[in-house]
Design a protein around this ligand. Structure first.
Ligand code: CTP
Length: 413
């Protein structure tokens, strides 16, 4: 597999040579792309000697080169972008992170980032104040939401003389992140994953609706991860402020009834169904066609909506995996398992939403992956990492299960 190491201009650039060596020890074909600033810290010759490949930094051939050479150089980033299995940028300076976040493509590395569909890993390294600056943190958040893997810097004595966060992560941690990403590459190819996301809305009048706090982030992270791992993705989404992954089939819906129709009409295409959406359980019996006026106490009569998950299970095809989500505030595991059995899903991803700082609208989450016989805690991590872990567990359901008697003894039902 081919991995491109992007080296940008920070003092830690010299450590990229060690990273190249470490990646090669995992039988990876490593190429190096440098920014102009990186060349102030380490020479391209070092990387060319280590990798046996030409090191690219400019979008253009040398000024003296003829126009054919310049054209060839200018399209090189497109070719490179299409052939790599991962791009890892170490060190990633504040400047490169900002360019990535804003889509500024003014050299080979930043252009490669925009042109590639391969997974991207960044290992930031900079002065502690630059690391903590709101601009850097905002750029990192943008990148994390785009499923860029961030290997956070370590804390310690920095080359600038200050002490704090900003030191390039250990080579081992960066290699681990690259291997994890490569390990997942294409393990979902051949699968069609239907994912529901967001919170449905039930209108009361032309202005108001009954809704819930779901941001859709977990469902979108799952869609992004499934697509990155080679699946065809159908994303049935209630309103969110998020951008859907580039190649998925996005089906926007608003109400529970619309979500039900969208899901059931596509269900036969799906090999895996993940119902991450927070679906309204009730809708108003009557919808006012005029804005309801303030006239003192008001009672709104509600009727139950369709239970989409149960209907999906009722129509299950052989081999289809069906995963539900559950947001609980008390006795989470007991309620989650009850829901799993009642609805007949293969697994439930359980959110304990009483915990602060994770879950709704957060970029981080911690869940329990519940099957009939197991309860696996997936500790707090970014929703992007969690999406990969959840997909791993879902794929694990296809493997022959452990001896049931062993697990039955530890899980009460
Ligand atoms: N779900 C669904 N259709 C509904 C309600 C829920 O498909 N009308 C799905 C959700 O997408 C989720 C799972 O069922 O995957 C569990 O949702 P939850 O709201 O926790 O379950 P409920 O059956 O509504 O139970 P509760 O009484 O706890 O709200």
């Amino acid at each position: 597999m081919k991995v491109t190491v992007g080296v940008s201009g920070g003092i830690a650039a010299y450590k990229a040579a060690e990273l190249v060596r470490a990646l090669q020890q995992h039988a990876l074909d490593v190429h190096v792309v440098m920014t102009e600033a990186a060349k102030q810290f380490i020479t391209p010759l070092t990387f060319a000697s280590l990798t046996g490949h030409k090191v690219i930094s400019s979008l253009w051939a040398s000024p003296a080169a003829d126009s054919d050479a310049n054209l060839a150089s200018a399209i090189e980033h497109i070719e490179e972008a299409q052939t790599i299995d991962a791009l890892v940028v170490a060190p990633a300076t504040a400047g490169v992170l900002a360019k990535f976040a804003h889509g500024i493509a003014d050299d080979f590395l930043t252009t490669l980032y925009l042109a590639t569909t391969a997974p991207v890993i960044v290992a930031p390294s900079m002065n502690v104040n630059m690391w903590q600056h709101a601009a850097t943190q905002a750029n990192l958040e943008v990148l994390a939401n785009r499923s860029v893997r961030i290997v956070p810097p370590g804390t310690g004595y920095l080359a600038c003389g200050m002490t704090g966060a900003g030191r390039l992560a250990d080579t081992g941690a960066i290699v681990e992140a690259v291997l994890a990403v490569l390990h997942h590459r294409n393990d979902l190819s051949g699968e069609t994953v239907l994912i529901t996301a967001g919170g449905t809305r039930e209108a009361l009048d032309p202005v108001r609706f009954l809704g819930n706090r779901s941001s859709g982030k977990m469902g979108y992270a799952l869609a992004e991860a499934a697509e990155r791992r080679g699946a065809r993705v159908i994303l049935v989404s209630a309103p969110t402020a998020l951008r859907a992954p580039a190649n998925c089939e996005l089906v926007p819906v608003t109400t529970t009834a619309e979500m039900r129709d969208a899901v059931l009409s596509r269900i036969d295409q799906a090999t895996i169904v993940i119902k991450a959406a927070a679906v309204a359980d009730y809708r108003p019996v009557t919808l006012s066609d005029r804005k309801l006026k303030r006239t003192g106490p008001r009672t709104i009569e509600l009727e139950p909506t369709e239970d989409i998950l149960s209907e999906v299970v009722a129509r299950r095809r052989v081999g289809q995996l069906i995963i539900g989500f559950a947001a609980e505030t008390e006795n989470a595991v007991a309620h989650g398992r009850d829901k799993l059995l009642r609805k007949g899903a293969d697994a439930i991803v359980l959110n304990d939403v009483s915990r602060e700082g994770i879950g709704f609208d957060s970029d981080r989450n911690a869940v329990t992956f519940l099957t009939r016989h197991t309860a696996l805690d997936l500790p707090e991590m970014s929703k992007c990492d969690l999406a990969d872990r959840i997909l791993e567990e879902i794929l694990g359901l296809r493997r022959p299960s452990l001896v049931v008697a062993e697990t039955d003894s530890v899980i009460e039902e």
